[in-house]
Design a protein around this ligand. Structure first.
Ligand code: 5AD
Ligand code: SF4
Length: 473
């Protein structure tokens, strides 16, 4: 299996993980001595789906060390933050929340505070935690996540603080995973090679590396057996899946192979970079009956000048051509996107180009962000940074226009019956929430026995953020 890999990725599989499982056992004993009872962990996960998926592996390891889980800081013996570096706002919150744990630790000194994830992979952040947050016992980066048991063992057995942001290019297999909820996250690749000029991800998650298809398919089978009805394949850019393999095997091949597994489930994937969305992938999307008709295709900006400055390597025209092509092949596809406003140098005209692009495409939903300068990225050093008030003004304008577009787009579902995966109770008493194949939120009356089931819902009132409906016969 490892022979599929042509690059010098560090493949960490069963034999190396079994060493970590030994540390889990030793930790379980030390933890029992330390706390006198089964320890409780609180895990706080920030950021994207990739981080949620990483967090589930970390929780799997905690479970193997004998931890129960709690939602309340006061009940916790160990608090772990799985952090995100993508925007400054999340980082500020994390500094604040980790800082607030000083008193938590002071009240009972044997408690453990740990931080991991993208944000702490930046060496200046790790240094700051080391110097200014003395109550942090353990800090580890994205490349040594699989070594969490060993690192915690050092904390428990020696009483020392442990900081490790070493390593790179790892693919760790066979880590126990604690999955909860209806959504099944399945990482297919790690890292990113694209270096969009605003983005910190390539620096903190390293170069692209793909998991072997056998490992992914085995995990998908396991998830189906566990009862998952939605599997989302994750990668920063799934379109370059398999590029490091000796034998040609693409993301489209992977979609087809997972589609062929038996069971009643749907497949989603994210994220696709528009620069290398292939016809082969569009064909697989169209052919595979289990693959949801939803494509998240982040455009980031509608201005060629800004796209160039962002190093996105496609033009507005190329993007719009792709949209046409996809819609022609899969007419009922629902399209979503990420947009950054206030990138350095973004003029009123550039912003107007973004607005006209979103009108032209007609997305079902948008994820919108104000540009946030990230230390060490080229865009952070660019001239003509846009003032915060202007960024937030553009964000408001963009969101209000998209709200109307979503409302308009959603009208087409009036009177239609959609197959919806029921996710849980909605805020409204007696109602449930789910998602359509197009990934649009649907609300309908029903009882909790329907959670994690597919339900046919007839849409009676399509709004901009939700389709209201009723269970169809
Ligand atoms: N500022 C604002 N948004 C960003 N994103 C990534 N980096 C930044 C940044 N520095 C957004 C992009 C990406 C999404 C996951 O986060 O739109 O697609
Ligand atoms: Fe960041 Fe661009 Fe890579 Fe996405 S493709 S993770 S935005 S560098």
């Amino acid at each position: 299996m490892a022979s599929l890999q042509k690059q010098n990725n560090i493949h960490i599989d069963e034999s190396l993980i079994s060493r970590q499982m030994e540390f889990c056992k030793m930790n379980a004993e030390l933890l029992l001595q330390r706390f006198g009872t089964r320890p409780k962990a609180l895990v706080k996960i920030y950021g994207c789906q990739q981080n949620i998926s990483d967090g589930q592996r970390i929780e799997g390891l905690l479970e193997a060390m004998g931890f129960d889980f709690c939602d309340n800081t006061e009940d916790a013996d160990l608090v772990l933050f799985d952090t995100c570096a993508v925007r400054g706002h999340a980082e500020d919150r994390i500094y604040g929340n980790v800082g607030a744990l000083k008193a938590f630790k002071a009240r009972r000194k044997n408690r453990i505070v740990a931080v991991c994830g993208c944000m702490v992979q930046q060496s200046f952040v790790a240094e700051k935690f080391k110097k200014s947050y003395p109550h942090v016992d353990l800090l580890f980066g994205t490349h040594v996540q699989h070594k969490f048991p060993e690192l915690l063992y050092e904390v428990l057995s020696k009483g020392s603080r442990v900081f490790d942001i070493s390593g790179q290019g790892t693919i760790a297999e066979h880590i126990p995973t604690r999955r909860t909820g209806v959504k099944g996250w399945l990482p297919v690749m790690y890292g990113c090679n694209n270096f969009c000029t605003y983005c910190i991800v390539p620096y903190v998650r390293g170069r692209e590396r793909s998991r072997n298809p056998e490992d992914i398919i085995a995990e998908a089978k396991e998830m189906i057996k566990e009862g998952y009805r939605e599997i989302t394949l994750l990668g920063q850019n799934v379109n370059s899946y398999g590029k490091n393999f000796e034998k040609p095997y693409s993301f489209a091949n992977l979609l087809r192979d997972i589609n062929a597994l038996s069971g009643d489930f749907i497949i989603r994937f994210m994220t696709s970079h528009p620069k290398d969305l292939t016809d082969e992938l569009i064909d697989a999307l169209a052919d595979c009956e289990k693959v949801a008709h939803h494509l998240h295709l982040p455009v980031q900006s509608g201005s060629d000048r800004i796209l160039k400055s962002m190093n996105r390597v496609y033009t507005r025209e190329h993007y719009l051509d792709l949209v046409k092509k996809v819609r022609k092949r899969i007419p009922d596809i629902s399209l979503t996107s990420d947009i950054i406003v206030g990138f350095p140098g973004e003029s009123e005209q550039d912003f107007a180009d973004t607005l006209s692009l979103i009108e032209e495409v007609g997305y079902s939903a948008l994820f919108t962000f104000a540009y946030s300068p990230r230390e060490g990225t080229p865009a952070a050093k660019m001239e003509d940074q846009i003032p915060a008030e202007e960024k937030s003004r553009r964000l408001t304008v963009l969101s209000s226009i998209q709200e109307k577009i979503s409302e308009q787009q959603n009208k087409k579902y009036l009177g239609k019956t959609l197959r919806v995966l029921c996710e849980g109770p909605s805020k409204k008493e007696g109602y449930l929430n789910g998602r359509s194949g197009g990934n649009i939120s649907v609300e309908f009356a029903g009882d909790a026995t329907l959670v994690n089931e597919f339900v046919n819902v007839k849409i009676t009132e399509p709004l901009s953020f939700v389709l209201k409906g009723e269970i169809a016969e």
